[in-house]
Design a protein. Structure first.
Length: 133
């Protein structure tokens, strides 16, 4: 079962966020039975932005293995191709200037890049937004 399916199974109210109850019920369903205080510590570890809910990206950050060297280099290479002014930040202008890479961007897995430019709302994307770089 993939991480996306696990997250969806935990997310009983379909909010795309796990509250503490959904998180602890889901963990128990997967055989992780710990004390309430340990479960709270585990939840807090997943809840990296301290919003009292765990979104899918936070869930992935904890459970997804780190990128191997090849994948890191590939992501950095693509980032550098897109970063027209080489300032380490992708803007919507940078991406708009790279229409020739649209097919490449569309073909890359959004879970790996956390970016599909046509769905990306903020104007800035730094290298820190790429997973495990």
């Amino acid at each position: 079962m993939g991480l996306s399916c696990v997250f969806q199974a935990f997310d009983k109210d379909k909010s795309k966020r796990l509250n503490f109850e959904e998180f602890s019920d889901g963990m128990a369903a997967f055989g992780i039975n710990v004390s309430p205080s340990d479960m709270k510590r585990l939840f807090d570890h997943f809840d990296s932005d301290h919003s009292s809910v765990v979104d899918f990206n936070e869930f992935l950050k904890v459970l997804k293995p780190p990128l191997n060297d090849f994948r890191k280099k590939l992501l950095l290479y693509v980032f550098d191709l897109l970063d027209k002014d080489q300032n380490g930040i992708l803007t919507t202008d940078d991406i708009a200037q790279n229409r020739k890479y649209q097919e490449l961007l569309n073909s890359l897995d959004a879970d790996k890049l956390q970016l599909r430019y046509q769905h990306y709302k903020p104007a800035l994307l730094g290298i820190e937004h790429f997973p495990s770089t």
